[in-house]
Ligand binder design. Structure first.
Ligand SMILES: [Zn+2]
Ligand SMILES: [Zn+2]
Length: 195
């Protein structure tokens, strides 16, 4: 039992030693290959050390790895604001982003307005074109009517009056005796006596 206990303790200390070695190696690696943070973590700031981190996903700087303490070198901007005065450049950058978003929104609204105006314009154009088509068709019909009338007149001039529907006296001329019976005398009620 005791042996077993010693064995466990030994292995624990071994593990601790191994961890310590690993930590130091890691610290050296970060120290040599990491990039320096423009704003050092609280520890490096206080101790005036060079604060270096391996990547943007690293959780600790080289010094904090070595010291085995929590590091705030890479805490997000929002969290940093809790501890530090906001930098003017951060505010300016945000101001710029807000302006850009507002401008983009304005542009989108303008485009939407233009699209709406275009739609209204095209609708009106369709209406106007339809009206013109109708007017053109009506003019064509009128022209046809005039042409027909002219042709009829020419035919009449050439071949004499032509019976046409709509003329009341569209039947054979009444006989003289029939007219006498009516007491109309010699007058013949002929409508279109060609002139
Ligand atoms: Zn640091
Ligand atoms: Zn740190």
């Amino acid at each position: 039992m005791a042996r077993k206990g010693n064995k466990v303790q030994k292995s624990r200390s071994e593990i601790n030693q191994q961890k310590k070695t690993e930590r130091l190696l890691l610290a050296v690696l970060v120290q040599n290959t990491g990039s320096e943070m423009p704003i050092p973590c609280s520890f490096c700031k206080t101790e005036k050390r060079t604060c270096k981190v391996l990547s943007s996903k690293a959780s600790r700087c080289s010094e904090c790895i070595r010291r085995k303490c929590a590091c705030n070198a890479l805490t997000p901007l929002a969290d940093q604001w809790d501890e530090e005065m906001p930098r003017a450049s951060d505010l300016e950058a945000l101001e710029e982003e807000i302006k850009k978003a507002a401008a983009a929104e304005e542009l989108a609204v303008e485009k939407q307005r233009e699209a709406f105006e275009e739609m209204v314009f095209q609708k009106r154009k369709q209406k106007e074109l339809s009206a013109r088509r109708l007017a053109l068709a009506e003019r064509g019909l009128r022209y046809l009517d005039e042409l027909d009338a002219l042709e009829a007149k020419e035919a009449e001039a050439t071949f004499g009056p032509v019976a046409s529907p709509g003329v009341i006296f569209d039947f054979p001329s009444p006989s003289a005796s029939f007219l006498e019976a009516l007491g109309a005398g010699g007058e013949t009620p002929q409508a279109a006596q060609g002139n």
